[in-house]
Design a protein around this ligand. Structure first.
Ligand code: TPP
Length: 639
């Protein structure tokens, strides 16, 4: 059977190991060719090809439920669940998503994107099954990185307390998070991986009996029974899993994650057991592609690349790109931290994404990677702040959602000087709705004591970093994915900005454009375009969404009489809402037109495509303003 013929995972039933191995080779080839063209997660999927095939051969996917943690490794799953023909559209607008999505396939039993949710979700399904008197299997597949997340531990605590609730947890242990996995749990897993693997005496017995002439074929069911009974004897007492056994799980492992025979035998065995079972599978991230096996961090995810060399495709532009915001953030912080030993940089398993890997290399004693544990990261920061340190937690806007209560309860109520640096704030592109940095202005703005700021460019970001480090209370800076504008930056001696003070960039009489962070330069372009239509605009770089510079904004709003707010974030509760509330508070009743992201999910696409589909390009914003307001001829000619 060819991979292209597999439209339903149950077609794997009954295939021989050799046939499965052949499909595995095809999956790897298709996976590599596609990611080389589209970009996406590479190493994680290559590591679970055999795990997926072996597991699915033992399941009935018309009934059984599988929950993949994060979902970035589930491309092999997509390829055998009816999406082979559309696989080339991966992560493209209107194409397949880069993660699992209940709306995309009946086989995506649970969507994700954020880590450590799978055991909880699968346990919920298992409890529902039992309450409804059904009897399908529920399986969670979780990586060793995701096991460092508190929710995974909460789920294990719960499942281990339910000895009659059948739940299979497959621990896909490739020793890596995005970077090397850190912490005591990874250390424990490593020890377990190094313990003697499960013995498969039964297979040898089976082979021996099968090879007896005229006998082997005839007693086949009997062989199966003996084989399975013997497995119980050989698998259960494995000392490696003592910790999980104590927590109420039956532990099977470690199993070679690239040996289909062993995987299938172990999964079959696991399905015969009652209660929570953990199968510990040792896999190799990037398996089968030498570049990815060697550079496991670099090939976690890749932009499009040349398959034969493993290198990124040469850009058509020869112009050097401006630095990314993450790089400016890290470089600036390093310079400041070299002279101020109170500064501690914290990441939650995202050292490369946030640029902090460089900080870690240069100032290891001032760097902390807490694992995929955003909530813990914030409370550690709060503890550091209590003792006079200057903690800087660099976390993507989307992942910081996890730590909302910690920001309220541990940081803001105690008014502690924790500096939150929200990378990837705004539209992120191909990662889609689970990763859009859409909500941070709204979810942070409502908390007392916190200051919110966003730089218009990379030079202003440097001043804001100093602002964040000198402010004596909670303060957050949001900045977008991607590169700055190539503006001139100072090497040192950055001055903090006055808290809550905005900046006037352009003056005009017809409309007041109030822009925040990444939308300030686009707002200047909008003003240029409006000018071509005879409409003159004042443009303000708000710098702070909280406190808002009402001293500047309110009189201008009153005088100009038409206000437009522009932001890269959700409209509800966002920057525009802050302006509306402030004007309302002062009884300034002028029309306010808010431009941002309405109440919808922003699906995967390129950032440019998302901006356009949301009407957020400069040209579209200009047109929208012209449509929204009537600018009289006198106004237009009075410029
Ligand atoms: C809450 C949260 N924080 C951070 C991330 C970013 N992230 C995506 S995959 C990953 C590593 C996951 O490691 P593991 O579970 O071992 O899977 P592997 O990539 O090794 O297959 C991280 C940190 C995330 N998805 N969710």
């Amino acid at each position: 059977m060819r991979l292209s013929e597999v439209t339903h995972p149950n077609q794997l039933h009954g295939l021989t190991i050799a046939q499965l191995e052949s499909i595995a080779r095809e999956i790897r080839q298709k996976h590599l060719e596609t990611i080389a063209a589209t970009g996406g997660h590479l190493g994680p999927g290559l590591g679970v090809v055999e795990l997926t095939l072996g597991l699915y051969q033992t399941l009935d996917l018309d009934r059984d439920k599988v929950v993949w943690d994060v979902g970035h490794q589930a491309y092999p799953h997509k390829l055998i669940t009816g999406r082979y023909n559309r696989f080339h559209t991966l992560r493209q607008k209107d194409g397949l998503a880069g993660y699992l999505n209940r709306r995309e396939s009946e086989f995506d039993h649970f969507g994700a994107g954020h880590a450590s949710t799978s055991i909880s979700a699968a346990l919920g399904m298992a409890i529902a099954r039992d309450l409804q008197g059904d009897n399908y299997k529920t399986v969670a597949i979780i990586g060793d990185g995701a096991m460092t997340g508190g929710m995974a531990m909460e789920a294990i605590n719960h499942a281990g307390h339910l000895p009659k609730t059948n739940l299979l947890v497959v621990l896909n242990d490739n020793e890596m998070s995005i970077s090397a996995n850190v912490g005591a749990i990874p250390r424990l897993l490593n020890k377990m991986r190094l313990s003697p693997p499960m013995k498969f005496i039964t297979n040898n017995i089976e082979d021996q009996i099968r090879n007896i002439p005229f006998v082997g074929e005839q007693i086949s069911p009997e062989i199966e029974r003996i084989k399975d009974n013997l497995k119980i004897v050989t698998m259960v007492p494995n000392k490696a899993g003592a910790v999980f056994e104590e927590l109420g799980f039956t532990y099977l492992g470690p199993v070679d994650g690239h040996n289909l025979r062993e995987l299938i035998d172990t999964f079959k065995m696991a399905h015969t057991l009652t209660g929570p079972v953990m199968v510990h599978v040792a896999t190799t991230k990037g398996k089968g592609y030498s570049y990815a096996e060697t550079d496991r961090v670099g090939y976690h995810a890749q932009n499009s690349f040349d398959l034969s060399t493993g290198k990124a495709k040469a850009s058509s532009s020869t112009k050097p790109k401006p630095p990314s915001y993450s790089k400016v953030f890290s470089d600036t912080l390093i310079k400041l931290a070299e002279h101020d030993k109170r500064i501690v940089a914290i990441t939650a398993a995202m050292s490369t994404g946030t640029g902090l890997d460089k900080f870690q290399a240069q100032l290891p004693s001032q760097f902390i990677d807490v694992g995929i544990a955003e909530q813990h990261a914030i409370v550690v920061a709060a503890g550091l702040a209590c003792q006079g340190m200057r903690p800087v937690a660099a976390i993507y806007s989307t992942f910081l959602q996890r730590a909302f209560d910690q920001i309220v309860h541990d940081v803001c109520i105690q008014n502690l000087p924790v500096f939150l640096c929200l990378d990837r704030a705004g539209i992120v592109g191909a990662d889609g709705p689970t990763h859009q940095g859409m909500y941070d202005i709204a979810y942070l703005r409502c908390i007392p004591n916190i200051v919110l700021m966003a730089p218009k460019d990379e030079a202003e970001m440097q001043s804001m970093i100093v602002t964040g480090l000198t402010h004596n209370g909670p303060i957050a800076m949001r900045y977008p994915r991607g590169n700055g504008y190539g503006v001139t930056m100072q090497d040192e001696d950055w001055e903090p900005l006055p808290i809550g003070k905005a900046e006037v960039l352009r003056e005009g009489d017809d409309v007041l454009l109030l822009a925040y962070g990444s939308m300030v330069y686009p707002a200047l372009q909008v003003a240029e375009l409006l000018n071509e239509h005879g409409v003159s605009a004042t443009v303000i770089n708000a710098r702070f969404a909280k406190p808002l510079d009402t001293e500047l904004i309110s009189p201008l709003a009153q005088k100009i009489g038409k206000v437009v707010t522009i932001e890269e974030g959700c409209l509800m509760g966002g920057f525009g809402s802050a302006v509306l509330e402030a004007l309302n508070e002062e009884n300034i009743l002028v029309p306010v037109y808010r431009v941002g992201v309405p109440d919808l999910l922003v699906e995967h696409a390129s950032p440019e495509q998302s901006f356009t589909s949301l009407g957020l390009s400069s040209g579209q914003i200009c047109d929208r303003i012209l449509k929204q307001f009537t600018f009289t001829k006198e106004t237009a000619t009075s410029i």
